[in-house]
Write a protein that binds this ligand. Structure first.
Ligand code: ATP
Length: 428
């Protein structure tokens, strides 16, 4: 874990936010490499959940939202964690995450737990009173419920179909922890899949398997993943079935994503509060039906961390230790790095020509400083699958060397065939 945190800082992946001021309450900024990696996680999710399917459409709902949404959904009343104070050292903890004693000082002298609402509130407008109260969304899901009828009507959809959304959510977590695993500002990738009520158990099983497989397909070994079904005491107020996709983090198996059968709870709650009909017409039974909802809800920032942990490897190349992120090519921040053997004008010009050829197709890096060996190591450490080296012979034979991250194998190819050679080696 320390190695990943250190790598993230050293290589421009994740920085502590406001670091020049000493940091700010477990918030993080994604650096030039991290922003690419996070984008690729999101895009891999969107590709699998929207692009490759014909039963799911996308949505991007507002982050700043009406209190009416959160009243109806039950978040204002019950989106709370049990907060306890340590009477000895005055630290505050989430009661369900500690084993009866203060993790800071070991004291068992804790206050009674009280419900602490996790939503961030603010005011939309110049007057700070009840009339302008607004919330930062604590989950993206409600955007899909309140837009259900608009999406179904405008896109002419009826169950089974899904609405997918990726975006920021905010929770005033009592104890943010484990780097970007639990933060107050984070990114979610959620899909609400609306189904005929009687089909809900079947679709719940389907989505549990699909979602587990997504992580496997993107390179997480199966043995580091598991599906854990919730017992009745653990279920949220809106769910009748929930299973977590868990990953083996350095501290043990923990949640990556939750798959829940939310029943018709949310649509009925919003229909009652808004007076609008949130249902579909079933031509067979000639009935208006409120669909059930199966929700796979994942965290993008949490998934990014899991992909890095699973991909991190240390091996030896020519007797030297090397750090390598064996990321799936689709997730790799840069697909290709183009490296001139030395700083020389003629080589620089040829590198520009090569980059012009590759950049419209792939995210590429140009790296010119330090020895070629050091540059290979730097690219290995951020997971770049291919390095293309331009040397003095390239000026004569119009060919370059492709080096593969995982095997370090090298092959010489004519520049005229480079794009095709690169495409053939990339799995993305
Ligand atoms: P927990 O019980 O751990 O607080 P949760 O079960 O309430 O979390 P969900 O509401 O199911 O979480 O959120 C869906 C997904 O969003 C989680 O599986 C996780 O990947 C991500 N997520 C939730 N809270 C956070 C957070 N504070 N920081 C980062 N990711 C989060």
């Amino acid at each position: 874990m320390d190695e990943i945190v250190n790598l993230c800082k050293r290589r421009g992946i994740v920085f502590p936010s406001a670091e020049i001021y000493g940091g700010f309450r477990s918030t993080y900024d994604y650096g030039p490499i991290g922003v690419q990696l996070l984008r690729n996680v999101r895009e891999a999710w969107w590709r699998s959940m929207v692009q490759l399917r014909d039963d799911v459409v996308g949505l991007d709902a507002a982050i700043l939202s009406s209190p009416k949404i959160w009243e109806a959904s039950g978040h204002i009343d019950s989106f709370a964690d049990p907060l306890v104070d340590c009477r000895q050292c005055h630290e505050r903890w989430r009661e369900d995450r500690i084993a009866g004693s203060c993790p800071a000082c070991g004291s068992k002298d804790l206050t009674e737990a009280r419900a602490f609402n996790l939503m961030f509130s603010t005011h939309a407008g110049p007057v700070e009173d009840e009339s302008t109260l607004a919330y930062l969304r604590p989950e993206t899901a409600q955007g899909m419920f309140v837009n259900f009828s608009l999406v179904a009507t405008t896109l002419r959809r009826s169950p089974p179909f899904g609405i997918a959304q990726v975006g920021k959510s905010f929770r005033n977590e009592i104890t943010p922890q484990n780097f970007v695993f639990r933060t107050r500002e984070f990114e979610q990738m959620e899909m609400e899949y609306f189904v005929p009520p009687e089909d809900a158990p079947k679709w719940f099983e389907y989505w549990c398997e699909e979602r587990l497989q997504w992580y496997v397909d993107l390179g997480i070994p199966k043995e580091k993943l598991r599906l854990r079904h919730h017992g009745p005491e653990e279920l949220s107020h809106y769910a009748v079935q929930t299973a977590d996709v868990e990953f083996e983090f350095p501290w043990g198996f923990d949640e990556l994503e939750g798959v829940a059968n939310r029943t018709d709870y949310d649509l009925r709650a919003h229909a009652a509060a808004s007076g609008q009909r949130l249902e579909y017409f079933d031509p067979v039974s000639q009935d208006h039906i409120v669909p059930y909802v199966i929700e796979p809800a994942a965290g993008a920032t949490r998934a990014m961390m899991a992909f890095m942990l699973a991909a991190f490897d240390v091996d030896e190349v020519a007797g030297e230790r090397r750090n390598v992120l064996r990321l799936h090519h689709r997730l790799a921040p840069y697909k290709v790095a183009v490296l001139p053997l030395s700083k020389n004008d003629a080589l620089a010009q040829l590198v520009s020509k090569v980059l012009e050829m590759l950049k419209p197709h792939y995210m590429c890096d140009r790296d010119v400083t330090q020895s070629i060996g050091r540059r290979y190591r730097r690219q290995d450490e951020i997971g770049t699958p291919l390095c293309v080296t331009v040397d003095f012979d390239s000026l004569e034979d119009a060919a370059v060397t492709i080096r593969e991250r995982d095997t370090t194998a090298q092959v010489r190819v004519p520049i005229s065939e480079l794009l095709q050679e690169v495409s053939g080696r990339l799995d993305c």
